[in-house]
Design a protein around this ligand. Sequence first.
Ligand code: NAP
Length: 254
Amino acid sequence: MPRLNGKVAVITGASRGIGAAAARILAREGAAVALLARSEGACQALAEEIRADGGRALALGCDVSSGKEVAKAARALREELGRVDILVNNAGVVEPIGKLADCPPEEWIRNIEINLGGALRLLHALLPDLLGANGTGVNVSSGAAHRPLEGWSAYCAGKAGLAMVTRSLHLEYGAEGLRAFGFIPGVVDTEMQVKIRGSGINEVSKLPRESLASPERPARVIAWLCGPEADDLVGQEVSIRDADLQKRVGLEVE
Ligand code: NAP
């Protein structure tokens, strides 16, 4: 029997990239998946693909920075799927890219509203469901949460805040059965990296596309974190660069 049979997973930023890859794998492992992103059409197309493959999927257009839209999505997915066992807070943007004083404050704050505020809104809406299910929350983090990178002050600050949210969740709800993880996915070949390469700012923008990982690699770790095999890592911010983790997930060790 697939290891996540009977579970319901909510994935934000599921219209493309790491979120879409995670949704495909979670569905293949038996979870019903709710796909959230602003691009509803892309989520619909992915939901149809998952259903054609025998899975269960619901597409919901949702800007995670909007309290109204998150509340509406939470109502719809509860109605349609009945429960929530897994929340993957993956939606994110890198912009604005530029030195701090060159970034208009509105754009800087918008990044925080999406990357940190969006995760908070989903957690706030779904925590009761997750607690009732001894569920899993995966906050997609970044190496940028732990060190500043030139031109990315908003992104670094938002991801650093999100890493603290993961620790707070574990402290406050770990004993009640919530399995909270932060997850650093490495440098992955997605649209976000297209924007980063286009900026020419800092060393990440200089990485050749061929050196980037495919989204399936971090997606496999996200799905693995949702099962009991990862219980000893609960509360931690795990990194795909950890060779021991790669072995445990069954990834080719790099
Ligand atoms: P991506 O291809 O640009 O995907 C980002 C996803 O977030 C899209 O589905 C996008 O959908 C969604 N999104 C953005 N703003 C949103 C909003 N306001 N409301 C709802 N959804 C929103 O980038 P990715 O690389 O897959 O990124 C996924 C996560 O991994 C992000 O949190 C990112 O910070 C993290 N990450 C990526 C890398 C990397 O190398 N790629 C490295 C470290 C961490 P819509 O535009 O349709 O809303």
